[in-house]
Design a binder for this molecule. Structure first.
Ligand code: CUA
Length: 165
């Protein structure tokens, strides 16, 4: 009868166990640093009850007249409506230093929204409003585009944020 209670681990396996736990530690530090030091945000659904059949109707929702609204000096919201195969509006212009909160939804199929040079990157689902914010600190032209395949016109689905000095 074997009454050994000591756990025998092969030296090489022991090394890999240590490496595995070290990697978990590094990843945890990376996630926490991204979240708390660099302000990475998760794309939280803002609202799940928007009716995709009514969303584009003027007056029915805030997406009936999509576009920019100033909330306070230096703080704007952009309501962007996605559809096959365009964004409405296709172009928005803001002064440098503006914080813009993007609200995006779709009136038909699933799309994506990625804004170059920012951490804004989310899926756009019918019936749901996706929301993320960024502050434009450098003048220039920033492209946004659909990154979820949505049909034969998918590659034409893009727009621009123009940041003026
Ligand atoms: Cu919309 Cu791809």
């Amino acid at each position: 009868m074997n009454n050994h209670t000591e756990l025998h681990i092969h030296p090489i396996e022991r090394i890999w166990i240590i490496i595995s736990f070290a990697m978990i530690g590094v990843f945890a530090i990376a996630v926490l640093t991204a979240g708390f030091a660099y302000g990475f945000q998760l794309p939280v659904p803002e609202d799940r009850v928007v009716d995709p059949n009514l969303v584009a109707t003027p007056g029915a929702t805030a997406f009936g007249e999509p576009g920019l609204r100033e909330l306070s000096p230096g703080n704007m919201e952009a309501r962007i409506l996605a559809q096959t195969w365009s964004f409405s509006p296709k172009e928005i212009t803001v002064p440098v230093g503006t914080k813009v909160t993007f609200f995006v939804t779709t009136k038909d199929v699933q799309h994506g929204f990625h804004l170059e040079g920012s951490n804004i990157n989310f899926m756009v689902l019918p019936g749901q409003i996706s929301k993320l914010s960024t502050t434009f600190n450098t003048p220039g032209t920033y492209n946004f585009y659909c990154h979820e395949y949505c049909g034969v016109g998918h590659q034409t689905m893009y727009g621009q944020v123009i940041v003026t000095p």
